[in-house]
Design a protein. Structure first.
Length: 336
């Protein structure tokens, strides 16, 4: 499949939509706009508003969204947008386009990540396998993997954030009965996504017999935690980091991801000053009877904003490097 240039690459979450444009295969990626999903009825309208006033006539669009892809459509899990490839192609007069799950796109971006975009967590462990995992919290909790086969990269998307998530460490047991359930369940996403940080903090306060802090937001918790590292908000954020580590370790041993685990998402880079790397690795590696496997898996954090857009631009430039079912998933517009 060929993607005619200029190509717009779009990262659509439950709250934010980021759009950049690449004018040609050897051209740098140009940030175009960062807008709120709630301000537009759909992705086609958002792209049109961003490109038409600049006189940009797009050839292709590659977009990723926080939700499952079904053929050429994607319904955002935490927002009302439905991304319909055929409608977007018609609206913008495109040649070709492609929809990806947001963490499927994150997985595809792994080969394009630059060393300066990453921070190692814990010791510098060499990768010794082809299977890599990427996960991270934002409005939701995304999980995906990447394998290499026959010289091509194969993404494995998932809804792993919706797996059940129970207590394990001593600090968890007083808190878990007080956690607010979502859909009658406690899942990785219900605890580790942005709203999950609020649930965790309220449950910790309740377990300590403290006032419940009604109306507090995740941004307020993290802001106060960074300003007052000895306060209860900072204790919640440190607990949160250990839970992220435990969840990441569970996913890592499930897929035997000796190629490494990469953490992404909008929340973690903002709270990295409260990361205890030794505690993170201890929680990540506490995986008896396969702790030896966990200890062999490196962990790192993406600290570069919008790195996934660079990954989608790399796909547009060299689509044959990626094993995707373009025939079933790609959408051709009136210029194809």
């Amino acid at each position: 499949m060929l993607f005619p240039f200029p190509v717009a690459v779009c990262d659509v979450g439950g709250t934010n939509c980021r759009i950049s444009v690449q004018d040609g295969p050897a051209e740098p990626l140009r940030p175009l706009t960062h807008l709120l999903v709630g301000d537009y009825p759909g992705l086609g309208e958002a792209i049109a508003a961003s490109t038409e006033r600049r006189g940009i006539r797009l050839g292709s669009v590659i977009a990723c969204g926080a939700g499952p892809v079904e053929g050429r459509r994607l319904k955002l899990t935490n927002a009302p947008w439905v991304l319909d490839g055929a409608e977007i192609a018609h609206r913008l007069g495109l040649g070709n386009g492609l929809l990806l799950n947001d963490f499927e796109a994150q997985a595809l971006s792994l080969p394009a990540l630059k060393p300066g975009w990453l921070r190692s967590i814990g010791p510098d462990i060499p990768s010794d396998g082809d299977t890599r995992v990427i996960l991270g919290p934002g409005t939701g909790l995304g999980v995906a993997a990447l394998i290499e086969a026959g010289g091509r990269f194969v993404p494995l998307s998932s809804e792993g954030g919706h797996m059940g998530f129970g207590p394990e460490a001593e600090e968890d047991y007083p808190v878990w009965p007080l956690l607010e359930k979502v859909g009658g369940r406690v899942t990785g996403e219900s605890v580790l996504a942005g709203a999950g940080l609020v649930r965790l903090h309220r449950a910790r306060l309740a377990a300590a017999g403290a006032p419940s802090a009604p109306g507090v937001t995740a941004a307020e918790i993290t802001g106060t935690a960074l300003e007052a590292p000895d306060g209860p908000e900072a204790d919640t954020v440190r607990h949160y980091w250990r839970l992220v580590a435990r969840f990441a370790g569970d996913v890592a041993i499930t897929l035997k991801a000796t190629g490494g685990v990469t953490l992404a998402g909008g929340i973690l880079p903002r709270i990295v000053d409260l990361l205890d790397e030794d505690a993170f690795r201890a929680a990540f590696e506490r995986k008896a009877p396969v702790a030896d496997l966990a200890r062999r898996i490196p962990t790192r954090l993406i600290v570069q904003a919008d790195s996934v857009l660079g990954g989608m631009a790399a796909l547009a430039t060299e689509p044959d490097r990626y094993a995707l079912d373009y025939a079933a998933r790609g959408w051709k517009g009136e210029r194809a």
